[in-house]
Design a protein around this ligand. Structure first.
Ligand code: PMP
Length: 452
């Protein structure tokens, strides 16, 4: 069965298929952290639907919420009509929003993916401000539809001004730490204030509080607060893309909560649907300038996803799973940092909460990968500090070998980063201490295997 399904899918499906290519497994059953394949093998799933499964697979409260809707005879599809299920979801979501937004918030149901909500957010700020330019960051990932792609790192669009995202490792200013973040903030400020640069006043700034696909890069709280001040002073709406970081993942309910920053717009998906497709934009009521039908769509009211989402949000909130993610994440990070000392191929271990990345580098320094300069060094060197020691080149092939070695050991991880050289862990927030230890053991063993 297993081989047959894999063969047929690879013959019939688009060459663009991704996870199915790197993870040749056929999941047939799943519970919590564990996936069982058609071949009977069991895996610890630290990909969690690319960060979607806050409560792991088939959590009882999620299944119960879905069953309740099914058994009630409620309609499964009624466009964006008001329903008790939608009411309950919205009430629960608003309960979790940062103070300052919660009581002045509006919600726009989009659907069904994160990228749809990003589109809505971009359209919203452009409509509200009457401006079209956008501020976005190096290494960003916002989705695969046209507007979201344009805001993502690497894309080139005349309307997008690309700004440096602060990072310790491969810091574009060569210094890292608070000084690197300060230089990144000053870069943004001076660009916006430079009347000669030709950067028109933008419609908004979009950022991830922790870059996920970009290689798990947490932004310092102080930098995030600077971005808030910079945008507020210039009346530029700030959009926080919390598609991946939301619902407790980073150790706070929303990643912006760490810094106390209140964005004007929040883009939410993945875990807010409790493992079913759901995407929403939440924003300050002052921006609510939509006219009816200005942003429509058929699938904006998935009742099952709203029920699963409401149950997930409530379970995370009531059980303080965000705090659990903070504690457990810090412990795993510490253990991985300790273990990494033995492996020359680990360049960096970083993360926040249960969003963890391990950057794999070529210890010989010979890989044709990037060096520090490749991380998007801004051209103007007036802001540059003294360069720090240059990190070793990224090693995508070696990172893929780590991922494969993990799979051999029954551990599912994926790669990220602009050179696909970062091993990413996004385990469910329900991870037990024993499971966390097993994940660290298997990963350490996989690193040892590729280091031989
Ligand atoms: N924004 C962020 C921060 C993401 O991580 C992702 C997905 N990885 C998206 C947007 C796009 O979401 P989707 O894949 O559901 O379109």
């Amino acid at each position: 069965v297993h081989e047959g399904i894999l063969r047929r899918q690879s013959a019939r499906e688009s060459a663009a298929r991704t996870y199915a290519r790197s993870l040749p497994i056929v999941p047939v059953r799943a519970r919590g952290l564990t996936i069982e394949g058609a071949d009977g093998r069991r895996y610890l799933d630290c990909l969690s639907g690319a960060g979607t499964l806050a409560l792991g697979h088939n959590h009882p409260v999620v299944l119960e919420a879905i069953r309740k809707v099914l058994d009630s005879g409620a309609p499964l599809h009624v466009l964006d009509l008001a329903t008790p299920v939608k009411d309950a979801f919205t009430t629960e979501l608003f309960r979790t929003l940062p103070p300052g937004l919660a009581d002045r918030a509006r919600i726009q149901f989009c659907g069904p993916a994160g990228t749809d909500a990003v589109e809505a957010a971009l359209k919203l700020v452009r409509t509200a401000t009457g401006r079209s330019g956008l501020l976005a960051f190096t290494g960003a990932y916002h989705g695969m539809t046209a507007g979201a792609l344009e805001a993502s790192g690497g894309a080139q669009d005349v309307r997008v001004t690309r700004l440096p995202y602060p990072q310790d490792y491969r810091c574009p200013f060569g210094v890292g730490g608070p000084r690197g973040a300060e230089l990144a903030a000053r870069w943004t400020e001076s660009l916006l204030d430079d009347t000669k640069s030709g950067v028109p006043r933008p419609a908004g700034m979009i950022l991830e509080p922790v870059q996920g696909e970009g290689g798990v890069i947490p932004a310092p709280d102080a930098w995030l607060r600077r971005m808030r001040t910079i945008t507020e002073k210039r009346s530029i709406p700030l959009i926080a893309d919390e598609v991946q970081t939301g619902v407790g993942r980073t150790g706070a309910f929303w990643a912006v909560d760490h810094s106390g920053v209140v964005p004007d717009v929040m883009v939410l998906s993945k875990a807010v649907g409790g493992s079913l497709p759901l995407a929403v934009v939440v924003y300050h009521e002052d921006l609510d300038v939509w006219s009816p039908g200005a942003h429509a769509g058929t699938f904006r009211g998935n009742q099952l996803a709203m029920a699963a989402g409401a149950a997930t949000l409530a379970h995370v909130r009531e059980n303080r799973l965000d705090q659990r993610a903070a504690d457990l994440g810090a412990r795993i990070l510490g253990q991985l940092e300790q273990a990494a000392k033995e492996f020359a191929c680990v360049g960096d271990v970083r993360g926040r909460g249960l969003m963890i990345g391990i950057e794999i580098v070529d210890p010989t320094g010979e890989a044709s990968g990037p060096t520090a300069d490749d991380a998007g060094n801004p051209a103007d060197d007036t802001l540059l500090g003294a360069p720090s020691a240059s990190p070793l080149p990224a090693a995508p092939a070696l990172a893929a070998a780590v991922r494969d070695a993990c799979l051999d050991r029954g551990l599912i991880v994926e790669l990220g980063g602009r050179h696909s050289s970062v091993v990413r862990l996004l385990p469910p927030l329900t991870l037990t201490d024993e499971q966390a230890a097993a994940v660290v053991d298997r990963l350490t063993d996989a690193l040892a295997a590729v280091s031989r």
